[in-house]
Design a protein around this ligand. Structure first.
Ligand code: ATP
Ligand code: MG
Length: 367
């Protein structure tokens, strides 16, 4: 097993007595992209600034390649940490050419510098812009130059704070993909901060989900999406449906029949959570409904309340006959049922998450 390129242990940071980073530990492996993902204000940038060395933690240690670079007493200065940085406003120097911008952090022989500049400009697909100035480039092109500039001194670690947020929405995915290719080709360990789940899923080998200054879950995107640690973690990645119930004899009664909740004591409240794409819908057939299959369990009758066309899919809200609750399902957009249409819903039980209800988690899914 390889050692982490970057490791932070038990980092804490307080501002005016308020703790905004609480006991954060994290590892970033060489050649891997780890995304620090979380809502605005949860402490992502503060964590990144501490790693970069432009802010100082109150507690905790930072290691690069197993060597201590910073604790609360000892501190390697930022410029000696072999850490590259790219921030949201990737400001290029306006009075320097593209080549000069990329060469900015490079030392050594002129011909070596030129070779490295050209290598990187080639990687980001902008070799032809070598003699241009930043104002002659589009936002996306400037972003690629900023990436080349940050990578030029071969940092072993790259810290990126919302590096795509200033870009045109339609450009973003292409730029994310090409950025990823360049980062992988340089074998850099990347810690990328974002508040967009889509971006994290697209870029990350590993996601660290942060909330209120803490990392609440860490793992591969697939695992975080398919095995969220709690209801808020599930809700951060997509709309969710929540069916709340009280456990009796190891199960909860739902519109879809009894739902087994092993391990929960009688009287406990639980939330059964399912994403809209994991509800199946079927036609009413004059009240006869679908032919149930063992996997889909008991179907439940519902009436379409609202249907919205979303492009690739439609989002349909149903009012459940069983208890008047509302559940959302996504269906292919060729299908846009009219309000008032009776239909049947089926629940993919293997796609449900069951979470015990914690005090105070009544209504909000805000992460
Ligand atoms: N220098 C500072 N002094 C006081 N409070 C600060 C300071 N820097 C950050 N904070 C506070 O710490 C909290 C976390 O801020 P941080 O910038 O780390 O959030 P973030 O997760 O990066 O959010 P965003 O997604 O909006 O960038 C915020 O409430 C912020 O107001
Ligand atoms: Mg931030």
């Amino acid at each position: 097993m390889t050692d982490p390129r970057l490791e932070i242990r038990n980092i804490r940071r307080r501002f005016q007595g308020r703790e905004v980073v609480s006991d954060v530990s994290l590892k970033v492996m060489p050649g891997q992209v780890t995304c620090l993902l979380g809502p605005s204000g949860c402490g992502k940038s503060t964590t990144l600034r501490i790693i970069a060395g432009v802010d100082m933690q109150d507690e905790g240690e930072i290691y690069v390649d197993g060597e201590l670079v910073c604790d609360t007493v000892f501190r390697v200065p930022p410029e000696q940490r072999s850490i590259g940085m790219m921030f949201q406003d990737f400001a290029l120097f306006p009075h320097l050419s593209v080549a000069e911008n990329v060469a900015f952090g490079l030392n050594g022989h002129k011909s070596d510098k030129r070779a490295r500049v050209e290598e990187l400009l080639d990687k980001v697909g902008l070799l032809s812009a070598v003699d241009k100035y930043p104002h002659e480039l589009s936002g996306g092109e400037q972003q690629r130059i900023a990436l080349a500039r940050a990578l030029a001194p071969r940092p072993s670690i790259m810290l990126m704070d919302e590096p795509f947020s200033g870009l045109d929405e339609r450009l973003k995915d292409d730029i994310r993909d090409s950025t990823l290719d360049v980062l992988k080709s340089e074998n850099t360990a990347v810690l990328l901060v974002t508040h967009e789940p889509h971006e994290a899923m697209r870029m990350a080998d590993e996601i660290a989900l942060m909330r209120d200054g803490r990392i609440v879950q860490q793992g591969a995107p697939y695992n975080i999406y398919n095995a969220p640690v709690d209801r808020k973690a599930a809700a951060f990645f997509s709309d969710i449906n929540v069916i709340r119930g009280k456990v009796q004899d190891l199960s909860v009664t739902t519109p879809f029949g009894k739902f087994l909740c092993p391990g929960q004591p009688d009287g406990a409240e639980v939330d059964i959570v399912i994403r809209p794409q994991h509800l199946r819908i079927d036609f009413d057939r004059h009240g006869r409904g679908p032919n149930p299959t063992p996997q889909d369990g008991t179907p439940a009758r519902a009436v379409v309340q609202r249907a919205r066309f979303m492009g690739r899919e439609s989002l349909v809200e149903f009012k459940m006959e069983f208890d008047g609750s509302v559940l959302k399902a996504t269906v292919p957009s060729v299908f846009l049922p009219k309000p008032g249409t009776p239909m049947w819903l089926m629940l993919r039980r293997d796609r449900c998450f069951v979470f015990p209800v914690k005090d105070g988690s009544a209504s909000s899914d805000r992460v």
